[in-house]
Design a protein around this ligand. Structure first.
Ligand SMILES: [Zn+2]
Length: 408
């Protein structure tokens, strides 16, 4: 029994390795190239290719002529053979994306979350929106592999539960994975929003991009994710990256934890907007529980700063400097090549923060003499956590994982 099960695991692993290589190759790969890239035997690659063709996951897409021997058939992924849904539960709105097997977004939708919406009602709305997303996109429902959902951390990963996410009233402990699984009838994967965003960044990377980076997630709250050697670092409870209470130096706003200057309160849109409102910089009054209004005012405040308003500029400058202090510490600890920033609140502040971050990273890094650390914004936009959640579904099905090979 154990022998057979190990062989099955090796076989599934080999298949995932081949599929992953084909997926990552834009032009496709021939069987000969796959043999060269994997070190697997001709017979094994041929069997795997046959199986993947039968499953409809790949297709034969033309022939390449070589100087000697038979022309080689190119194998490419069939992007429309399978799909994954990604959901992002943010305190201000719900985002839904449908990804094809190549990781391209083929459909997306957004619905606002009222501050009062409880978990039960929200799960029903999510399930309905997932159904609408699949119907509206016109794809066959049986090709959907599952639903990934990104939520604010920390999460109880093993139980698939969100645990008291900030700014979501009535969400003390909600077993989201199970209830959403029952409501949709699909396999559900729960992940922290920042971790999901890092997965998205990894999925779109090309061969040359960073294998070691920190992802700084800016949404209604702030989080981080760590990617080392091309893998998302998970930690003991899958909650790596809770940076909300990182110290950013003396002074700063009062935090709920009793200290001042924590990173979370230094960069949270609601805090900047409330301060701007007190200074009369944005039209008031602002209801701090109305996170959609806060997002709107936050964008307006950023435009004001870009236009040269000194007081608005000072608010963003201080936020950028405090963020930089935390990012320097993180970069020094982990020896990464890049700091990537993104999330729903990133776009308005990108210009304000990048210049300050780049200057900090070029002057105050211990490894600065050895290599540079690049700071850049993600190209994936404000839906990145939802995209990442769908990538986790695809990853689960497609990516070769070393743990699949462990002996029992
Ligand atoms: Zn704090």
């Amino acid at each position: 029994m154990p022998r057979g099960s190990n062989l099955e695991r090796v076989s599934a692993f080999n298949q995932a390795v081949v599929l992953d290589l084909v997926r990552r190759s834009e032009a496709g790969l021939s069987r000969v190239e796959l043999i060269g890239a994997t070190g697997l035997s001709t017979q094994t690659v041929s069997n795997i290719a046959r199986r993947l063709l039968d499953l409809g996951l790949i297709r034969e897409s033309g022939k390449v002529h070589v100087p000697q021997g038979k022309p080689r058939t190119t194998l490419t992924i069939d992007p429309r053979s399978r799909f994954a849904v990604g959901v992002h539960l943010d305190p201000s709105r719900l985002t839904f994306v449908l990804l094809d097997l190549a990781g391209a977004v083929i459909h997306r939708s957004h619905i606002p979350v009222e501050a009062v919406a409880g978990p039960k009602e929200t799960v029903i709305r999510i399930a309905r929106a997932v159904e609408d997303l699949i119907t509206d996109s016109g794809i066959p429902g049986d090709r959907v592999l599952g639903v990934g959902i990104a939520a604010p951390g920390p999460i109880e990963f093993d139980q698939g539960a969100v645990v008291g996410p900030p700014m979501l009233t009535g969400w003390a402990r909600v077993e989201l994975r199970e209830s959403l699984g029952e409501a949709t009838g699909l396999p559900v994967f729960l992940e922290k929003d920042s971790t999901a965003a890092a997965h998205a960044e990894l999925w779109v990377r090309d061969q040359r991009s960073d294998q070691n980076f920190v992802f700084i997630y800016l949404g209604s709250g702030t989080g981080a994710a760590v990617v080392l050697d091309g893998e998302v670092v998970r930690g003991s409870s899958n909650n790596v990256g809770e940076i909300g209470h990182f110290s950013t130096g003396d002074g700063g706003r009062m935090c709920g934890c009793g200290r001042t200057g924590c990173l979370g309160v230094s960069v949270m849109p609601v805090k900047l907007v409330m301060e701007a409102s007190q200074q009369g910089l944005v039209p008031g009054p602002v209801d701090e529980e109305d996170l959609q209004q806060v997002a709107k005012r936050f964008a307006e405040l950023a435009v004001l700063a870009q236009g040269g308003d000194g007081r608005a500029g000072a608010l963003f400058l201080e936020a950028a400097q405090r963020l930089s202090r935390a990012v320097e510490d993180i970069a020094n600890l982990l020896d990464v090549d890049a700091v990537v920033l993104g999330g729903p609140s990133w776009a308005p502040v990108a210009e304000h923060y990048l210049a300050v971050l780049r200057s900090a990273l070029s002057s105050r890094l211990a490894m600065g003499m050895i290599h540079q650390v690049e700071a850049r914004g993600s190209a994936l936009g404000e839906d990145i956590a939802a995209i990442g959640a769908a990538c986790i579904v695809l990853d689960h099905v497609l990516a070769p994982r070393a743990e699949g090979l462990l002996l029992e």
